[in-house]
Design a protein around this ligand. Structure first.
Ligand code: NAD
Length: 496
């Protein structure tokens, strides 16, 4: 039996755009392929420039019509209705995410879809509770000024998202953009179009005013993604994806001087001090290197372990890694699914080969697992650990975005801080130590947007999120999202 059959049954077979409150077709289509076994899951329509234009115009009409004039409280109600709508079709969303990505079902339930819902609820609640800004100022002539800050929507926001956490990252942008009174034209990754289509069905079913949320499907460069960034009717672009794509988008928006927010790639480090809770650190690094087959922007591909516990740590992580169960998410006990596509697998396997040329010792993995079933047509690779590479090896400096880490020993705090910071990226780091002051001290010196101490990939959605250097700029999350998705006006009134 086709292992995808039960999931596919509930999912649309032709994924269409959602423009001005209607599902809209395009003549051109492309295949949405399963990373589990390579079969075609659905046909996806490819937007032409006219479809992108229609979506932007619909968003503009809606923004200047009903949406902009809604009270914050009424917009918050809509966000909760969207969250309710996802909740009501929770299992369909799980099926979509598992079919498109091959991730373990438990992860789709507890992380992806749960966070999709939380994104809408969090920004709805923030809208209702956001404090205002007021200042009284004395003037030279003995008078008094009252300053207060108002927020206006930016207008039409273009949302472009990647494939690694499809609904989670898509809604992470759509929710605050809508919350602040903008209308959106959103393009999910061409690799993972299904959950965004289900979200459009939710928008239709709850009768969100037409044009407030528009979905276009298609590719990036010289296609729907790029046309969206270049469209003069788009006021801001919020993008998550590769650093080189961020660079291309930055050039595309330069002429229009559009606002941009970029959440880009990473080459994140985990630092394990000899005083760490050993078992917690091994478990933490196992998660930070191999969750979602290493396809989380926050995953650690560089692991630094203090020399006295280096050998023991490598052996313990090897044992745990070899106990991961790779395979179809529809098989009981699977912990690790495939990469997103055979194309991405070629890239990751290229690094597996390069590591050998660069002199790595392969502690475990390094190849492609054999299943003897349909999964042999999927995009699986073995979780892999290397040691022995120099800090300037390409496998230690470039983002691979697969289930792989390199472990290196270190001798002092200053040395490891220098090595962690010696990176073109600056997204995330995790530190494992039981020394309280050291945890804080090291965290303060690491040049990344987020530093975890004795934790990884846990978040409070009110905190700022983003990266330094090639990992992007701008911060989203909580009031930082509210700032990005609105134009602030200071109103200054002489009151005396
Ligand atoms: P990608 O940059 O290839 O594609 C992301 C999106 O951009 C897709 O929707 C794609 O169609 C579109 N796109 C591609 N070229 C474009 C162009 N020229 N103009 C406009 N749109 C274009 O990224 P990906 O492979 O889908 O995702 C993986 C990358 O995303 C990794 O580098 C990962 O680190 C990064 N990422 C970062 C974060 C973060 O929060 N910092 C989160 C998740 C993923």
């Amino acid at each position: 039996m086709n292992p995808n059959a039960h999931a596919q049954a509930a999912l649309p077979q032709r994924l269409r755009h959602f423009i001005d409150g209607q599902f809209v077709d395009s003549a051109e289509t492309f295949a949405n392929l399963s990373p589990i076994d390579g079969r075609e899951l659905s046909r996806v329509v490819e937007a032409d420039a006219a479809a992108v234009d229609a979506a932007v115009k619909a968003a503009r009409r809606a923004q200047q019509g009903p949406w902009r004039d809604l009270s914050a409280s009424a917009r918050a109600d809509w966000l909760h209705r969207i969250a309710d709508g996802i909740e009501a079709r929770f299992d369909d969303f799980v099926a979509a995410e598992v079919a498109d990505t091959g991730r373990p079902i438990a992860q789709a339930r507890s992380l992806d879809i749960a966070r999709g819902i939380a994104n809408f609820r969090t920004f709805a609640d923030l809208l209702r509770t956001a404090p205002g800004e007021f200042f009284e100022t004395a003037t030279d002539d003995g008078g008094k000024l009252l300053n207060y800050v108002t927020r206006k929507p930016l207008g039409v926001v273009g949302v472009i998202s990647p494939w690694n956490l499809p609904l989670l990252l898509f809604t992470w942008k759509v929710a605050p953009a809508l919350a602040m009174g903008n209308c959106v034209v959103a393009k999910p990754s061409e690799e993972t179009p299904t959950s965004a289509t289900l979200l459009a069905e939710v928008m239709r079913d709850i009768q969100l005013p037409a044009g407030v949320f528009n979905l276009i499907h298609g590719h990036g460069a010289n296609a729907a993604g790029e046309w969206l960034t270049r469209h003069p009717g788009v006021d801001a672009i919020t993008f998550t994806g590769e650093s080189k794509t961020g660079s291309a988008i930055m050039k595309a928006v330069a002429d229009g001087v559009k606002n941009v927010s970029f959440e880009l790639g990473g080459k994140n480090a985990a630092v394990v001090f000899a005083d760490a809770d050993f078992d917690a650190a091994v478990e933490g690094v196992l998660k930070s290197s191999f969750t979602n087959a290493g396809q989380v922007c926050l995953c650690s591909e560089r692991v630094y372990v203090e020399r006295p516990i280096f050998e023991r740590f490598v052996a313990a992580l090897k044992e745990k890694t070899e106990a991961l169960k790779i395979g179809s998410p529809y098989d009981a006990g699977t912990t690790t699914g495939p990469l997103i596509s055979k194309g991405h697998r070629e890239k990751v396997l290229g690094y597996y080969k390069l590591a050998l040329a660069e002199g790595a010792t392969v502690v475990t993995g390094g190849g492609v697992p054999q299943f003897g079933n349909a999964c042999d047509e999927g995009a699986f690779v073995q979780p892999t650990i290397w040691t022995g590479l120099p800090d300037d090896a390409r496998c230690v400096t470039e983002e691979i975005f697969g289930p792989v880490c390199h472990i290196a020993p270190f001798d002092s705090e200053d040395e490891v801080i220098r090595r962690v910071n010696d990176s073109a990226y600056g997204l995330a780091a995790s530190i494992w130590t039981t020394h309280l002051a050291r945890g804080h001290r090291v965290a303060q010196q690491i040049e990344t947007g987020i530093v975890w101490v004795n934790a990884w990939f846990v978040r409070d959605l009110r905190t700022p999120f983003g990266g330094a250097k090639l990992s992007g700029f701008g911060r989203e999350g909580g009031r930082h999202s509210m700032d990005f998705y609105s134009e602030l006006t200071n109103v200054c009134v002489r009151i005396a």
